[in-house]
Design a protein around this ligand. Structure first.
Ligand SMILES: C[S@@+](CC[C@H](N)C(=O)[O-])C[C@H]1O[C@@H](n2cnc3c(N)ncnc32)[C@H](O)[C@@H]1O
Length: 206
């Protein structure tokens, strides 16, 4: 994989066209090589995932983002780096996890700086809630990981509460090798001196 590669006209797009939203996605066959799959929900411009995917050629990565401009930017970044282990989906994150993924198809889910919806009446729009914990447990393999980051202390508390209340997951540490790969939003928070919070949860075996 070549970091300085410019995009050739015939480089295929990394955006996977979802042709039928009523059928589960053929995740293993979306990539040239069948290998463990990690998912990032709300990838934004994709700085985290292109760097992470470049470090782990032995895994496949799915990026999910609903904004077309960000999807296209991530596509350009991934193609420039020659990443053949990355595919991008333009779709709503809950719908994908609940309806388009087969059970136990993922090794890990990354959710970094999801929209915080700070007003109490909008908390119902947050991605990470009790429902998400159950959805994540369905699509992860045994021992699979959920990696979370946020700058919002109240949302962090909600993340900790919903995963802490579940007997499906146990709390884990985020290794430095992972936390050192920052996201676009995280880099902006770091520049402004805004502290960020991380947590991680492992699906219990069986
Ligand atoms: C605050 S940004 C963080 C982006 C990136 N994770 C980062 O840390 O730089 C949240 C991103 O999630 C996307 N997003 C929010 N809700 C979503 C949803 N329900 N489905 C798919 N994408 C979503 C937004 O469009 C936005 O790009």
């Amino acid at each position: 994989m070549n970091a300085d590669k410019s995009i050739a006209v015939d480089d295929p797009s990394l955006i996977f066209p979802i042709k039928d939203i009523l059928k589960p996605l053929p995740v293993p066959t979306m990539f040239p090589r069948e290998q463990p799959v990690e998912l990032e929900l709300g990838s934004g411009d994709g700085s985290f995932l292109v760097n992470h995917a470049e470090c782990h050629g032995d895994r496949n990565f799915l990026a999910v983002e609903r904004l077309l401009g960000r999807v296209r930017k991530l596509d350009r970044k991934g193609r420039r780096r020659g990443l053949n282990n990355l595919r991008i989906l333009r779709i709503e994150a809950h719908y994908l996890v609940d309806y388009l993924l087969e059970p136990e198809c993922l090794e890990a889910i990354h959710v970094y700086f999801p929209d915080p919806w700070p007003k109490k009446r909008h908390h119902k729009n947050r991605l990470i809630n009790e429902r998400f914990v159950k959805s994540a447990a369905r699509v992860l393999r045994s021992d699979g990981m959920v990696w979370l980051r946020t700058d919002d202390a109240d949302y962090f508390e909600q993340m900790t509460e919903v995963f802490g209340a579940s007997d499906l997951f146990t709390a884990a540490e985020t290794p430095e090798t992972l936390s050192s790969i920052t996201t676009d939003f995280e880099a902006a928070f770091n520049r402004r001196g805004i502290p960020t919070l991380r947590s991680a949860y492992q699906l219990c075996a069986g």
